[in-house]
Design a protein around this ligand. Structure first.
Ligand code: GLC
Length: 565
């Protein structure tokens, strides 16, 4: 099988800026602000086609791109109640950047990957002391925090290059042995091959056919769409998303996940290891990470898709799916004290539409830890829901994305933050933040991971602490108006990350130890820190990666108010 692919050079861009240090905060602030204020006002626009139809006043914008047009009223006040994050003092008059910030920018720039002279991404890790495996590649998911850092710093070119390059890779024929993968699959990663003799460069991509475990990355396509919106939002340049090839790329991704099948649920069925947790970890079925990213990508696509003949049909399918997905997730994945108590008292073997225990979950299967873990105030989206099976583990990425995409209602978002605060020791400890909680051990570890020596308890994907998740935590904190939680987490990271050379992950119940096989100079640990810092400094950056609740998707489930157990 030939996985080698040459990708045509992209349009000329100005790359000179990429070798610069970060721009001065003040210099960028003015420029950023004009985008951000526009971005913020868009946040209040719902995503249904009806709401998004452009008013006649906006006549000079592209008619097909109405949903990106923002009815900007510069005088409209923000509502402090809802978006208190934005009222965080732009504290930063006289703000002295932490010394780590400069170091992080230097390290991030060293990780740039060039293709025919143009930067197209960042390498996963620049650690020569460990075996490279695939850490010398540009991963789609890993590039997201790098991309956000560059966008926030007013350097969108690399992001545009990345979007276009990965789009070209998507169009390659993808095969595993004799089986052909779906047209829309985006690569997990790619790398540039140099041929010193012929003096040529080619790209090679991995769609899962080289990956350990041979799983296609379901998350890559979702991140790609989310990034396209972030780019559009941050630059105000809708021309990239409007390109016919970008529209087609989106439609291909959407075709994969909106296709009809035997499903009885609107959630997306997937194999183990198809996302950030890319090894067997019992995250097959309907893992929260994929469902939350799916929801967010659908919402972003709705904003980006043109309403032309081809796009229209997708818009309709997306709207239907979002309604169903929203209902399903809020109803069945949500867990708080009341819901836990209800499950604990479930009757089983109920038949027909009157069943309360629809998935026939046997209360005896409730793990003991969850009763202690559940605070009186707080809640979260559990890891997985499928017939007779609920995975009660808490996952950081899925819960943060649920907040950012407004898959979680405002009440649920607050409850997730309440839980993080009251279970700080368990979820954050000494290094933000655990990829999931708790770890699986002993017999469960053997059965669930297949005796994976990399994923022993409290290590790596099995309860390890991942600094990259700091940017997601910070974004969630800002969105819910709790920047102080992010500050606390960032302080913890600042006490270790540089000294420890930006590890990929930490191990142990408290996240005290540099991970067993953690790479150093892991790029997304570096970029995640920078994004967290920049968002805290200027919370209006949040608009790039956050969507407000759509008023048409009314909260269907209310957080329980019976706090006494
Ligand atoms: C590990 C992580 C994966 C990441 C990759 C590159 O495989 O599990 O999420 O994309 O490393 O950093």
């Amino acid at each position: 099988m030939d996985t080698l692919c040459t990708v045509a050079e992209c349009n000329e861009c100005d790359f000179s800026k990429l070798s610069e240090k970060p721009r001065s905060l003040n210099m960028d602030r003015e420029r950023q602000r004009s985008f951000d204020e526009r971005s913020l006002s868009e946040l209040s626009i719902g995503f249904s086609p009806r709401v998004m139809t452009r008013s006649a006043d906006n006549a000079n914008a592209n008619a097909n791109f109405s949903r990106l047009v923002i009815d900007h009223n510069p005088d409209a006040p923000f509502s402090p109640g809802r978006r208190s994050g934005f009222n965080t003092p732009r504290s930063l008059i006289g703000y002295e950047p932490h010394p780590m910030v400069g170091e992080a920018w230097d390290a991030l720039r060293r990780s740039l990957v060039y293709f025919r002279g143009n930067p197209v991404g960042t390498i996963a890790a620049l650690d020569s002391s460990e075996e490279e495996l695939n850490y010398d590649q540009v991963f789609v998911r890993d590039f997201v925090p790098s991309a956000l850092a560059f966008l926030m710093n007013g350097e969108p070119e690399i992001v545009k290059n990345f979007i276009l390059k990965t789009l070209r890779l998507q169009s390659w024929e993808k095969k595993i042995d004799r089986f052909q993968l779906g047209e829309g699959v985006m690569p997990a990663s790619f790398k540039v091959l140099h041929d010193p003799i012929r003096n040529t460069e080619t790209l090679i991509a991995d769609f899962g056919e080289s990956a350990i475990g041979r799983v296609a990355p379901v998350d890559s396509g979702f991140w790609w769409i989310i990034l396209l919106r972030a780019y559009t939002k941050s630059t105000g340049d809708s021309s990239l998303a409007e390109l016919p090839e970008c529209q087609k790329g989106m439609r291909l991704i959407l075709s994969l996940c909106l296709s009809e099948g035997f499903d009885t649920f609107p959630t997306l069925l997937c194999a183990d290891g198809c996302c950030m947790i890319d090894r067997r970890m019992g995250v097959y079925g309907y893992p929260i990470e994929i469902q939350a990213l799916f929801f967010m990508a659908l919402r972003c696509a709705l904003v980006l898709l043109k309403q032309d003949d081809e796009g229209k049909e997708f818009v309709e399918r997306i709207v239907k799916r979002l309604h169903a997905l929203n209902y399903h997730m809020r109803s069945y994945f949500w867990l708080d004290l009341k819901q836990l108590n209800d499950i604990y008292r479930y009757k089983t073997e109920e038949y027909s539409h009157t069943a309360v225990n629809k998935f026939n979950v046997i209360p005896d299967s409730l793990p003991e830890w969850v009763f202690d873990f559940m605070p009186i105030r707080g809640g979260y989206f559990i890891g997985n829901v499928s017939p007779a099976k609920m995975d009660f583990r808490w996952f950081a990425l899925g819960n943060c994305i649920a907040i950012l995409s407004s898959l979680a209602t405002e009440e649920q978002s607050n409850a997730i933050m309440d839980l993080i605060e009251s279970r700080w020791e368990e979820l954050v400890g000494e290094m933000p933040i655990k990829v999931c909680y708790p770890a699986i051990e002993s017999h469960d570890w053997r059965i669930i991971t297949g005796c994976d020596p990399k994923n022993t308890r409290w290590s790596y994907h099995n309860g390890g602490s991942w600094p990259v998740l700091l940017w997601l935590l910070t974004a969630a904190c800002i969105k819910t108006g709790r920047p102080q939680i992010a500050r606390r987490a960032i302080e913890l990271a600042e006490s270790r990350l540089l000294k420890d050379s930006w590890p990929e992950y930490y191990d142990g119940k408290l996240g005290r130890y540099i991970g067993k096989q953690a790479r150093k100079f892991q790029t997304w640990s570096i970029a995640g820190y920078l994004v967290a810092k920049m968002m805290l400094e200027d919370p209006s950056h949040l608009g790039m990666i956050s969507l407000e609740e759509d008023k048409q998707l009314k909260p269907l489930l209310r957080r329980s108010h019976s706090w006494t157990f």
